[in-house]
Design a protein around this ligand. Structure first.
Ligand SMILES: Cc1cc2nc3c(=O)[nH]c(=O)nc-3n(C[C@H](O)[C@H](O)[C@H](O)COP(=O)(O)OP(=O)(O)OC[C@H]3O[C@@H](n4cnc5c(N)ncnc54)[C@H](O)[C@@H]3O)c2cc1C
Length: 348
């Protein structure tokens, strides 16, 4: 009997994983069950389509080739190698490239509510059905939701704030916004707010608001975000943006008192994952699922990837989550050896 591998979530992480399994590890596509309500390529298409990438086109091309996918010459030349692109472009190129390989995989348009490991098999319960096949290996890449702070004032969701056209529908000139965060997305939002003629309290965590890749900061901001951040540092973009340290409690309090809206661009929440039971015992914690960032393992024959379960780099004693398409590809390739050997033992 052919053993099954369930891929839960169909965003960029699992598209890379599926390519690697089929093209480089020789897994039969019929062994894959792909489960996602939308199957549209995930958050880069659904929530962040028009956002400009913080990675270059060449980094994307390299990652795609690393997992064995070939893009056409036309697609490879769509953008200059060192340029950034709208995120939907990366998502759609990957989605189209993997499509022919998964024609014979089973696709389930549903959301997984719980996973149960019993007698060495995973049983999968979705919102609208229970999957009948016994699944040998489960892989989770369900993405992550932007973190929301309980500010006590109306809040504009990150996906709306980062899109200037949608943001305009919330605002009129001279509104004041408390913006939490000072990394890539937050700087782009600050610029959107200034263009909408609003004023901003930009609340940052840490010893200084901005860390630049060009100055050697691992995971530092770059490209357009760096340009905006430098303008904020010089004169608050003409006085419209005020920087406030998160630990300056009174300043934060006053910023919130005068704010019409708050916006949170300060990380991601990974607690919204399916419930996982191992031998009838629930293993979820309040924060989600514990996993080993070195090899992606969550429980026996249950793995996690992508923004919900990233690899971690420790630089100068500080931990950084590696959240990008190139990092997902490298991590998956480095760790799949273990999964493949598990499969080869169990497959006929
Ligand atoms: C604003 C922003 C900008 C970014 N910019 C870049 C960039 O420029 N370059 C770059 O390389 N990376 C970038 N990233 C990082 C990363 O590439 C994205 O976060 C990417 O969307 C992560 O892919 P994923 O597959 O982990 O999750 P997602 O793309 O979120 O996909 C997860 C999928 O899982 C599905 N799902 C969730 N729960 C369930 C369930 N219970 N059952 C079944 N399906 C489920 C969802 O429907 C979704 O389709 C950016 C991220 C953000 C947030």
């Amino acid at each position: 009997m052919s053993r099954k591998i369930a891929l839960i979530g169909w965003g960029v992480a699992h598209m890379l994983f599926a390519a690697h399994l089929i093209i480089q590890q020789g897994i039969n596509p019929q062994q894959l069950i792909i489960i996602d309500t939308f199957q549209d390529g995930g958050a880069l298409q659904r929530s962040w389509a028009t956002v400009c990438s913080n990675t270059t086109y060449q980094q994307f091309l390299t990652a795609v080739e690393q997992v064995g996918l070939q893009l056409s010459i036309h697609d490879k030349q769509l953008y200059p190698a060192d340029s950034q692109t709208p995120l939907y472009i990366l998502c759609q190129l990957l989605h189209n490239a993997i499509k022919p390989y998964i024609v014979r995989s089973e696709k389930i348009y549903d959301s997984v509510e719980s996973l149960h490991l019993e007698n060495n098999n995973w049983q999968i319960i979705c919102k609208n059905r229970q999957i009948q096949s016994a699944v040998d290996i489960c892989s989770l890449a369900p993405g992550a939701d932007p973190r929301v702070l309980q500010t006590g004032i109306p809040q504009i969701p990150l996906s709306a704030a980062i899109n200037a056209n949608i943001l305009h529908t919330y605002l009129s000139p001279n509104k004041h916004i408390a913006l939490f965060g000072s990394a890539h997305s937050a700087t782009l939002i600050a610029q959107n707010l200034v263009m909408a003629k609003c004023t901003v309290s930009m609340i940052y965590l840490g010893e200084k608001p901005f860390f630049y890749a060009s100055e050697g900061a691992y995971d530092g901001i770059k490209h357009e975000a760096e340009h905006i951040a430098r303008q904020i540092s010089v004169d608050g973009m003409g006085g419209a943006v005020q920087l406030i340290n998160y630990n300056e409690t009174l300043d934060v309090h006053n910023a919130l008192l005068k704010a019409d809206y708050s916006i949170c661009a300060c990380g991601f929440d990974t607690s919204n994952v399916p419930k996982v039971y191992v031998n009838k015992e629930l293993i979820n914690t309040k924060k989600g699922l514990k996993y080993n960032p070195a090899n992606g393992e969550i429980a026996p024959r249950l793995y996690g990837w992508g923004i919900c379960f990233p690899s971690i780099s420790i630089i100068d004693g500080k931990s950084y989550m590696d959240v990008s398409i190139p990092a997902f590809a490298s991590h998956i390739i480095a760790q799949t050896q273990q999964i493949s050997s598990l499969l080869s033992v169990r497959l006929e």
